[in-house]
Design a protein around this ligand. Structure first.
Ligand SMILES: Nc1nc2c(ncn2[C@@H]2O[C@H](COP(=O)(O)OP(=O)(O)OP(=O)(O)O)[C@@H](O)[C@H]2O)c(=O)[nH]1
Ligand SMILES: [Mg+2]
Length: 431
């Protein structure tokens, strides 16, 4: 038996795919070339080989065949000539379109949604991610149970057949409905736990900074870099990073303590891609909402990728959908070590970094601090000797300097957040 990277058994023959996209000429979308390039990456991520791409210019979508019957026959010729065993469409298809296209082209038809769900299913490792992906898959499947085409009733191997749970994807409507409500209940349970932790963070007034961005931009690598710089042992807290789409599917919170003892919570989460399936966004909504509730977003960009402009647009589009586009945001142009030419930061909120080499990370930290600790108040304080506990607290939690022992107590200079300022006001002798 052959095992792939994820220890799944695979057929010795890799699936051979022809990709099909439709260019409606609408301006609000990313260009068809960019979109097809992305589809190619997604196909590779799902373990299939890309043989060819067919693009159809058409302003109106065909209800029965999506690309029209004539074009479908042309695709059949391409698929047959290249000995393809799968044709992947760049958009979501209706059940009848899938059925009609399969009848004409006579190979398995997969749409973009199924493809993305399949990659997520392969990548999900934790219980929560698995549940979220399974929920999205079942919801996508449910309305498609009427008149199953080859693809939906398929139980063999390959794209569109993988589910993250213990069971194979269900094809029985009643059982799907039961399973959906069961998964929803379990997701709600974990959301409750997260809510408790979130409330605790709010109470402690620790600022939250969230990494967002296109998949594979380097978010997790940046999190690990910041963990390296954090005071205290961070080895066991590192997150998984890898050169692949959707390496991260879960949300991770890590406490970062800077040299001056200021601290914030950093979150890392799933990366974005254009046309993220609606059901997937829905299933991940609870975790994503938590991420974008942050005080500051760091939009991580792979500036060594020639399509990075498109990726910025896509990420901003998803943020808009999540109603987070107007949040304070720092743009981190990452992977600068790979660029031969300098890239021009476009706004004053841009930082050029390499999460791998550490280049520019100091500037990034400065910018983060400027955003989340801008309400820090510089104070000169005199702490009576009998208030040793307050002195210990300040020493441990704030950036104390110029300590001297005076006749009536310990003199020190430090920076206080608003909460501490209000609490220890009486010991401040000068601001
Ligand atoms: N050369 C270079 N490679 C980098 C840099 N940052 C990240 N990488 C590489 O880019 C790949 C993706 O990094 P990740 O940190 O996993 O990216 P991510 O944004 O978390 O991706 P997903 O979780 O898949 O959405 C890995 O192979 C990293 O080693 C960088 O600054 N320079
Ligand atoms: Mg990641």
């Amino acid at each position: 038996m052959i095992l792939n990277d994820n220890n799944e058994s695979i057929n010795s023959a890799q699936q051979r795919a022809v990709l099909v996209g439709i260019n409606t000429g609408r301006r609000d979308e990313i260009s068809i070339e960019d979109s097809m390039e992305e589809l190619k990456e997604l196909t590779k991520a799902a373990g299939a080989e890309v043989l060819d791409m067919v693009i159809q210019n058409k302003d109106k979508i065909d209800n029965a065949y999506f690309i029209g019957k004539g074009k479908a026959e042309e695709v059949k010729m391409v698929a047959t000539a290249l000995d393809a065993d799968i044709v992947i469409f760049n958009d979501e298809l209706s059940p009848s379109q899938i059925r009609n296209l399969e009848e004409t082209i006579e190979v398995t038809i997969i749409d973009r949604t199924t493809l993305i769900l399949d990659i997520f299913a392969r990548r999900a490792t934790t219980k929560e991610a698995k549940l979220q992906v399974e929920l999205a898959q079942l919801r996508y499947r449910l309305p498609r149970l009427v008149g199953l085409g080859i693809s939906l009733s398929r139980t063999g191997a390959g794209i569109g057949t993988r589910g993250p749970g213990e069971q194979k994807l269900e094809i029985d409507r009643r059982r799907i409905l039961d399973r959906i409500s069961d998964i929803k209940r379990q997701i709600k349970e974990s959301a409750k736990n997260r809510e408790v932790q979130r409330a605790q963070r709010k109470k402690n007034k620790i600022p939250v900074v969230s990494l967002v961005g296109y998949t594979n931009a380097g978010k997790s690598t940046l999190m690990n870099k910041l963990l390296d710089l954090s005071i205290g042992d961070s080895e066991g807290k590192k997150v998984y990073s890898e050169d692949m789409l959707f390496a991260t599917l879960d949300t991770y919170h890590r406490r970062i303590v800077l040299e001056d003892k200021s601290e914030f919570i950093l979150t890392d989460t799933v990366g974005f891609v254009s046309k993220l399936p609606h059901h997937l966004v829905e299933a991940f909504k609870a975790t994503l909402d938590e991420v974008i509730e942050a005080d500051l977003l760091i939009h991580v960009i792979d500036s060594s990728n020639e399509n990075y402009d498109m990726q910025i647009k896509v990420t901003n589009g998803v943020l808009e959908d999540l109603k987070a586009f107007n949040k304070p945001t720092l743009y981190a142009f990452n992977k600068c070590d790979r660029n031969e030419n300098d890239i021009m930061p476009r706004t004053k909120e841009s930082v050029i970094i390499s999460a791998l080499t550490g280049h520019g990370i100091d500037d990034l930290i400065k910018s983060i601090k400027g955003h989340v600790f801008n309400d820090m108040i510089e104070c000169k304080m005199l702490i009576p000797f009998e208030k040793g506990d307050i002195y210990s607290y300040l020493h441990e939690k704030t950036n104390v300097s110029n300590v001297s022992y005076e006749a009536n107590g310990t003199y020190l200079e430090t920076e206080l957040c608003e909460a501490d300022y209000n609490k220890y006001k009486q010991y401040i002798i000068e601001e």
